[in-house]
Ligand binder design. Structure first.
Ligand code: OGA
Ligand code: MN
Length: 295
């Protein structure tokens, strides 16, 4: 059986059929998925009851994996529930209990409910993210995706000219700070040192331009901070209008894969202190920085 992809939404997102992610992929399968990613930016695979190792093996078809570390989270190694290649997007402690309402890790994780692009705070930001829904809540907890190509296309020429060469600083300090989560140790702050990213980027294959926005973006180089944040908010509002957004309602064993260079995403609220949501993410590293800078 060969791969087929059906559009899920007028501007982004496709549903993939004819593939079993537990098995090794042929080069043709990999090429078909990459072409689907370039076109749809988000791909949904249903009914993929995979192990962590199978998820990791599937993800490696698309490049080297990013590892969650002290640059990307506040989790201490001894508290990690999953292996080194998986980001834990669940609401579970190492003992598989839901976090208490005041748990620091819970409050940090709530930042995923802000529109963002994964690892935009890294000098080389993420290419693809692959999120596997192992246990999903009955209500709430959708993941939404906003098409940053459509967002860019919708800007008028004056705005396009104004932002073409702008560079932003991205950091977890900005996204978490915007939620009032700012009690960080000196070591955490040092890990969250900002990285610079172009505000407009061009896809290496399709050559389409997109807005590179994220809740992690907090300043624009050469601008006053309040002025920068007003522009970033205005662009984010424009970019996340409903017609550019696909909202994914999870079924158990869905795997959703997205291109962080072309979409922003966010989690929606759910009863995270009572319902279990066990999501595991592998992340394919990007190939290069978006601007020249010291690593
Ligand atoms: C992520 C993320 C959103 C969600 O995995 O990077 O932001 O719905 N997830 O859990
Ligand atoms: Mn994310």
């Amino acid at each position: 059986m060969s791969i087929s992809i059906r559009p899920l939404h007028p501007v982004l997102g496709g549903e993939v059929d004819g593939i079993n992610l537990r098995r090794p992929l042929s080069p043709e399968d990999v090429a078909a998925i990459e072409a689907g990613m370039d076109k749809y930016a988000v791909l949904v695979f249903h009914g993929q009851d995979i192990t962590d190792n199978e998820q990791t093996a599937f993800s490696r078809n698309f490049g080297d994996l990013e590892r969650p570390d002290s640059v990307s989270n506040i989790t201490k190694d001894k508290d990690r529930r999953l292996g080194p290649d998986l980001a834990d997007i669940s609401n579970l402690t190492k003992d598989n209990k839901v976090y208490g309402s005041a748990d620091r890790q819970r409050l940090f994780n709530l930042g995923n409910m802000l529109w963002h692009s994964d690892s935009s705070f890294r000098v080389v930001p993420a290419k693809y993210s692959l999120l596997s829904g192992r246990v999903v809540p009955e209500t709430g907890g959708n993941t939404e995706f906003a098409d940053m190509r459509a967002a860019y296309d919708s800007l008028d020429d004056d705005m396009k000219a104004q932002i073409e060469d702008l560079v932003c600083e991205h950091s977890l300090l900005f996204s978490r700070g915007s939620l009032g989560f700012d009690e960080l140790s000196a070591q955490e702050k040092a890990g969250f040192r900002p990285a610079r990213q172009r505000l407009v980027r061009t896809h290496p294959v399709t050559e389409r331009k997109s807005l590179y926005l994220s809740a992690h973006a907090g300043t624009i180089i050469g601008w006053q901070t309040p002025e920068a944040r007003i522009l970033l908010r205005e662009l984010t509002e424009q970019a996340t209008q409903r017609e550019f957004v696909y909202s994914h309602k999870w079924q158990q064993f869905d795997l959703v894969m997205w291109d962080n260079r072309q979409v922003m995403h966010r989690a929606r609220r759910y009863n995270d202190t009572s319902d279990v949501r066990d999501m595991r993410r592998t992340t394919v590293a990007g190939e290069a920085p978006t601007v020249e800078q010291a690593a």
